[in-house]
Design a binder for this molecule. Structure first.
Ligand SMILES: Nc1ncnc2c1ncn2[C@@H]1O[C@H](COP(=O)(O)OP(=O)(O)OP(=O)(O)O)[C@@H](O)[C@H]1O
Length: 249
């Protein structure tokens, strides 16, 4: 079988006496959504940070597109095509929706920011941004101020910004958080298609979305992956039911 797009091998990370990642291994294959679930404090965000490059593991490796990227920082991994949905705070609230996406596209192009004004008139960049907005369903909001968007629309905007980077894989940290039912159903449909363009490692608490979307699920408890499998395998897994799903029933 071809090498996975992204793989994590025996990652360990401690904060003082607390072991937040213990021998964590998982991979992301072409065309799939691999969901990472687990109770609060299980170590999901810590793992995502080590995959995206914001946090160095104490030991273990991260490989992306056939290359060991463990020593690379977030920007270098993003430039290789590791798309991460940005936190809301990364958006420029006073700027328009379109401008935010154009800034993302500019970052991907590697051009310097000192020519910002002419760049905002750049036709190719504008088209890239407009295409990304259309794909997430935000075309009509393009000229609105970002601060006037609803919470769900900001989430869609983060995905649009990530799309302009032409990612080869996505890492998404709770994209459904704060979305209403229709918002999360809409994003679910979108991610369902997006996986064929670039596979998605999805951290998500919304179990309806996880069960609807995931090709595989890994369950993290106290820093360890206790199971990886299909939706049916995970639903039926006794240790998972006890450690995680049980608490929601
Ligand atoms: N920078 C840090 N310094 C010390 N402890 C940390 C740090 N970051 C995370 N932790 C601890 O590591 C453990 C794992 O945290 P993490 O945020 O990765 O969990 P999580 O699964 O993402 O939780 P949630 O679902 O609530 O977001 C927690 O006990 C947390 O308090």
């Amino acid at each position: 079988m071809a090498e996975p797009i992204l793989s994590v091998t025996k990652i360990n990370k401690s904060f003082g006496a607390l072991k937040a990642s213990i021998d964590v291994s998982l991979d992301l294959r072409v065309g799939e959504i691999h969901a990472l679930i687990g109770p609060n404090g299980a170590g999901k965000s810590t793992l995502i940070k080590q995959i995206a490059g914001g946090l160095q593991p104490d030991s273990g490796t991260v490989r992306f597109l056939g290359r060991d990227v463990t020593a690379l920082d977030t920007v270098q991994r993003a430039q290789m095509g590791l798309g991460r949905t940005f936190q809301i705070s990364a958006l420029a609230m006073e700027d328009s929706v379109l401008q935010n996406v154009m800034l993302g596209a500019l970052g991907a192009s590697g051009r310097p920011f000192r020519f910002l004004r002419p760049v905002l008139k750049d036709k190719a960049l504008r088209e890239t941004a407009e295409t990304a907005l259309a794909r997430v369903g935000l075309s009509e909001q393009a000229l609105m101020r970002t601060s006037d968007l609803s919470h769900g629309q900001r989430r869609q905007l983060e995905v649009a910004v990530a799309l302009t980077m032409r990612p080869r894989a996505f890492v998404m940290d709770e994209p459904m958080a704060g979305l209403g039912t229709s918002g999360s159903q809409r994003l679910t449909r979108f991610l369902d298609e997006l996986r064929h363009e670039a596979p998605i490692l999805l951290v998500e608490h919304d179990m309806d979305a996880v069960f609807a979307l995931a090709d595989r699920i890994s369950v993290l408890v106290y820093g360890s992956v206790i199971a990886t499998g299909t939706v049916d395998e995970i639903r039926a897994h006794p240790e998972v039911r006890r450690a995680y799903l049980g608490e929601e029933e």
